[in-house]
Design a protein around this ligand. Structure first.
Ligand SMILES: *[C@@H]1O[C@H](CO)[C@@H](O)[C@H](O)[C@H]1NC(C)=O
Ligand SMILES: [Zn+2]
Length: 358
């Protein structure tokens, strides 16, 4: 009888140990009492990843079911969605949004359309906050130090996004009356200051207050953010209040954007629905997840509204504001990002020192 022997192809043999290394069997999730108090969430009883595993276990937990799986995926998918939608818009409607032009051998080489810079900054800020947040939720469980530094990074993303919105709304979505008002004149510097303060206040509150959390902590995080939001949304609020909503397709979208944000803020501040049935929403449906999903839709609706505003304002924008003012405003964006990053770094050092002492 002929014998047949099976030998696995050589390539397979080489790959196996690599796979073993890349996909260690992830340890099962544990209950709240099994992780340090810093990681516990009220009314969430299970689905916690243990602390102290190698980094790659947390990276791979993207494919595992735990209490943050949907927190990560919601913002990851939203980031991809924002980028795809922007690319499609830039190609088909925006006429190559940045207006990069390579001109003939006699031309000046290349030019940038200043009128679209705020839109590009806005889209980068949205992708920044979404990806920082996804990274924070994915990796923070490794240690208390990682928890602090990654959430500080998350707050940097939030501040950057706040200022990205402020820039875009002020240049594309405000009407002439608001732009010439007192508020319109001082809007951007105050928006930058408030964005930085909400980043600093969130970092401070996270580090300073321990369980059981006093009310101060939520206030310290919510008040600067709330004030910043009221200011940032004022160009849109003014337009919604003074114009007929059928005057532009952007207005219903702006209304949707504001409504989604307010709803998401509710779920950010209250542990609903899990407080009514502790342990039932550990994996799917807890408040922070609803907050992520609503905020993602808010960003997509806002982006859509901004596209409409951009198309109608673009032709006259440089004439209206002047090239210098536009460039200066856009240059303040990386400055703000740097200030926030420096603050988060300083707070990370303080967290290190505090953890050493404990
Ligand atoms: C999920 O578990 C992690 C620890 O793996 C913890 O830090 C986090 O706060 C929990 N999140 C929620 C929403 O329960
Ligand atoms: Zn989050």
């Amino acid at each position: 009888m002929p014998r047949v022997s099976f030998a696995p192809p050589l390539a397979c043999l080489k790959v196996l140990p690599l796979l073993d290394f890349l996909l260690p069997s992830l340890p099962p999730t544990v209950r709240d009492v099994d992780v340090p108090p810093l990681f516990r969430e009220r009314f969430i009883a299970s689905g916690y990843r243990p602390v102290g595993l190698p980094w790659r276990c947390y990276a791979l937990s993207l494919l595992q079911v735990h209490n943050e799986t949907f927190n990560v995926w919601s913002h990851l998918l939203a980031a991809v969605g924002v980028l795809l939608r922007f690319t499609i818009f830039a190609f088909f409607r925006g006429g190559g949004v940045l207006g990069f032009r390579l001109q003939g051998p006699e031309g000046q080489g290349f030019s940038v359309d200043v009128a679209s810079l705020p839109l590009v900054l806005y889209v980068s800020s949205a992708i920044t906050y979404l990806s920082f947040s996804a990274a924070a939720h994915l990796l923070q469980s490794r240690s208390e130090q990682a928890h602090y530094s990654l959430f500080f990074l998350d707050y940097v993303g939030v501040a950057v996004y706040q200022y990205g919105c402020a820039l875009a709304l002020c240049f594309y979505s405000a009407d002439a009356a608001w732009t010439q008002s007192m508020l319109g004149q001082v809007f951007l510097p105050i928006a930058a200051l408030l964005a930085w303060s909400s980043c600093a206040a969130c970092c401070y509150a996270k580090l300073r207050f321990h369980r059981p959390y006093p009310l101060h902590r939520k206030l310290c995080q919510l008040v600067p953010m709330g004030v910043a939001y009221l200011l940032d949304v004022s160009p849109v609020a003014h337009r919604l209040a003074t114009h007929s909503w059928s005057s532009s397709p952007a207005l219903p979208l702006h209304f949707l954007q504001v409504a989604l944000f307010l709803l998401s803020a509710f779920f950010f501040s209250c542990p609903v629905p899990e407080r009514f049935s502790p342990g039932r929403f550990d994996i799917v449906g807890h408040g922070h997840q609803l907050f992520h999903v609503l905020l993602s839709f808010c960003t997509l609706a806002q982006q859509e509204a901004l596209f409409h505003d951009f198309l109608s304002r673009r032709p006259a924008l440089v004439r209206e504001f002047g090239e210098e003012r536009l460039l200066l405003a856009c240059a303040s964006f990386p400055c703000l990002a740097l200030c926030c990053a420096a603050t988060a770094l300083a707070m990370t050092r303080r967290a290190e020192a505090q953890l050493m002492k404990e």
